[in-house]
Design a protein around this ligand. Sequence first.
Ligand SMILES: [Mg+2]
Length: 214
Amino acid sequence: MPSKLAVLTDFDGTITRTDVAEAILEEFAPASWWDIEELHRARKIGTRESMAREFALLHAKQADLIRFVDDHVEMDDTFRDFAAFCQRRKIPLEIVSEGLDFYVRHLMRRWELRLPLRTNHAVFEEGSVRIEYPWADATCTLCGTCKLLRLFQLRTEGYRIAYVGDGHSDLCPALEADHVFAKAELAQLCDQEEIAYISFDRFADVQRNVVGLT
Ligand SMILES: [Mg+2]
């Protein structure tokens, strides 16, 4: 087994205490976004299609969304220590997100955290939002950012992968990761799919366990 460990983490609901994309839709989109979300949760459509359709319903200016994010989104306050821990131990820590770059990058700047990240790209056009997928896998149309692709790239470089996540879009990498940290819907999905995982609530829990993995 390769000895080097790398950590890949989700952003929404994992680094943040709540799902930012969902909070934005709840506030700025008509309630019909839930019809699309239900199709997604029933795995009838992928994340790429659900995000595009949900955000197409939204009519808001980027500045209003940023103001909302600043007022409502809270970081897991133990994530900063975890990032510093990984840096000290020379454990690569990267974000793979099915969220949108305008709020992920804004929050990372505000928190003064610099980490490699892959996320979807929001294009604001006359009050609506179109989404582009710079990190998609050309052979799969389900997801926007392919979290699995980054996992395989790191594995090719000789890393064991610990994956940290909370939702549906984390199932693909959880199936392949060497160590899985799961909460909320991801924990339920891991139970259903019989994927072994370590429960966590905050990154302090992840850090305690990663110590034993290095
Ligand atoms: Mg999430």
